[in-house]
Ligand binder design. Structure first.
Ligand code: SF4
Length: 220
């Protein structure tokens, strides 16, 4: 669930998939989140976990919530699942720190890595909304069923809806399997969850390139 992973990249390189202007709202967001007590998850957190990657990226990845390593480091997706996410993005030519902005639906670790409740997701929604507005991604990957529920309000449809594009407020969203699920299902055979996710990420890269070159427009 909340194992997220990847490498802590504080100095992203210039990316093909980047917007020209840096964002200002994210500086205030960190201070607001660090002071936030909007839900009970604040009580046991070590750190709020806001993001890693490039705020100017055209790709945003939204996961569920911080796990133990994320809570300890203050960075999302830094465990085994995050490393797998990094590897899978790299396999389609995307650098997770230079080409993506990575965050979660909730910014504080749920106890025992449980799924955040609907109330906790709702409480944290303003911070996620600020991130989406500030980064203004063209494409959003919703990693796992909780992200699908937390952002689009769709419950339990990850196997059915993964790989499908959803136009949402002028951008494209695609649900995919969470990397932690892929760690538990490591087969790469055709039709396996990992194979399907690789197809999904290739499609994501294709669409990012099409948008970057002007071959495709964002949804109205
Ligand atoms: S999870 Fe979100 S809403 Fe809850 S305390 Fe943390 S930052 Fe605030």
């Amino acid at each position: 669930m909340a194992e997220d992973g990847g490498m802590a990249g504080d100095s992203p390189q210039a990316s093909l998939f980047a917007t020209p202007e840096p964002t200002a709202d994210l500086v205030g967001l960190r201070q607001q989140c660090e002071a936030c007590r909007r839900c009970g998850l604040a009580a046991a957190r070590q750190q709020v976990v806001i993001s890693r990657g490039d705020p100017k990226a055209r790709l945003m990845v939204i996961g569920e919530g911080p796990g133990a390593q994320e809570d300890a480091t203050g960075l999302p997706f830094v465990g085994r699942a995050g490393q797998l996410l990094d590897q899978m993005l790299a396999s389609v030519g995307l650098d997770s720190n230079a080409d993506a902005y990575i965050c979660n639906v909730v910014k504080c670790r749920p106890p025992d890595n449980r799924k955040p409740t609907a109330q906790e997701m709702q409480a944290c929604a303003p911070w996620l909304a600020t991130q989406i507005a500030a980064v203004n991604p063209a494409v959003v990957l919703l990693a796992g069923a909780t992200a699908l529920e937390g952002v689009l309000g769709i419950r339990g449809g990850i196997s059915r809806l993964r790989g499908q594009w959803h136009p949402w407020e002028g951008r494209w969203m695609m649900p995919v399997f969470h990397p932690s699920y892929l760690l538990r299902n490591p087969s790469r055979q055709q039709g396996s969850p990992k194979w399907l996710t690789w197809q999904d990420l290739q499609e994501v890269h294709r669409r990012l390139e099409a948008i970057a070159t002007g071959a495709e427009a964002l949804p109205g």
